[in-house]
Design a protein around this ligand. Sequence first.
Ligand code: SF4
Length: 445
Amino acid sequence: MKFQHVYIGNITLGEGQPVVVQSMTNTDTANVEATVAQCKRMIAAGAEMVRITVPSMKEVESLRQIKEQLRAEGINTPLIADVHFNPKVAEAAAGIVEKVRVNPGNYVDKRNFKTLDLSEEEYQSSLDAMEAKAKPLFETCKAHGTALRIGINHGSLADRIVSRYGNTPHAMAMSAIEWLDICEKNDFRNMVFSMKASNVNTMMAATLDLYQMMQERSTLYPIHLGVTEAGNGTEGRVKSAAGIGALLMMGIGNTIRVSLTEKPENETPFAHTLIKVIKDLKDTDYHITGQTLIYQKSEPDFDRWIAGAAAMSGYLNYQQKIKDIRIENPHFSQAENDNLAATILQACRLKMSKTEFISCPSCGRTQYDIESVLAQVKERFAHYPGLKLAVMGCIVNGPGEMADADYGIVGATNGLAAVYKGKERVSEIIPVQQALEQLQKLIEG
Ligand code: SF4
């Protein structure tokens, strides 16, 4: 087996290297001062790489200034440009920062949620078009030593892929493999792959499928792990720990991001805790009775407690060894232990006892107060077991990426929002309070 190492500024990812923690800014990238200040807070909180959204050419110049200001202060943390569907922006950013994230689902193809009946020739010509668009990016990356993340999102798979493989974890893995083929054909190997979904089981299945296909091809590229749109608070942390933690327990994952709908500085401490907790887990921490996991651990630290219990549960659930969870930690009341068990069961989709909230971490595209909207949505709609509600930061990517949510509120410009039923917008662009009222009417019929 060949282990491909990937070089991102002063960081090396891959076999024998430590797992690297990263996070993403949510300031407006064009606001250079605010973004530099946020980068510094994130780095102080443990971010070892910082990702910044670059939606258009306008922000490319801002990216250059952000990097210059950080380097002038002696801060050499690698920067990553997050580019979704603009090859020209990706090429320009690749000449500036150490890594660029692209999304094969929308780099060339589009997701219109239509079934395409493509012949073999048509399918191949779509791949050829993708390669033609990607070639200049590979050349820029090679010239500057820039790495790429091929970042697959379950919510933004191309119609071409979904029509051929279904809306499945395998479709996600195949989307990555198509890019892997194109990269290798163009002699480009400085790349990392990620398979993100808001559903922990989907994210794990896609990552394991990709990992197995890479093993069969005899070259393992580094993998970035993350559960996207995980939400906030204990729920967001538990979902991340169940997915990321379980895969780390299997020895898979080279860099991680815990996505939270909170300020970015909150993400990295939990990510570092998760990595440490996985190393400290012992066989004596748990046993299985029937199909119930009994997680017994005397752990006074809240984050360590939830990270360990969720990672162990995600790991055993994936192996179909458990159907229920009981948690016993004397440092917390039985009600708190039971509530954590219910939150983990929900994250693993073993038992849906409350509303499932899906919310993105927000980024430079967000123009409304997503944290406050999420808090209001959670307060109003907490008690609808089985209902999936999304709160997303932007109308550009939010609707596509809100996964299998039944309804959602999506941020628009100037603090306004829109209401969605599935992927369909069912309101005008309206103030948030009106959107909440409309959502309530829709849910209550
Ligand atoms: S959905 Fe959220 S994280 Fe994704 S691009 Fe929009 S604001 Fe950013």
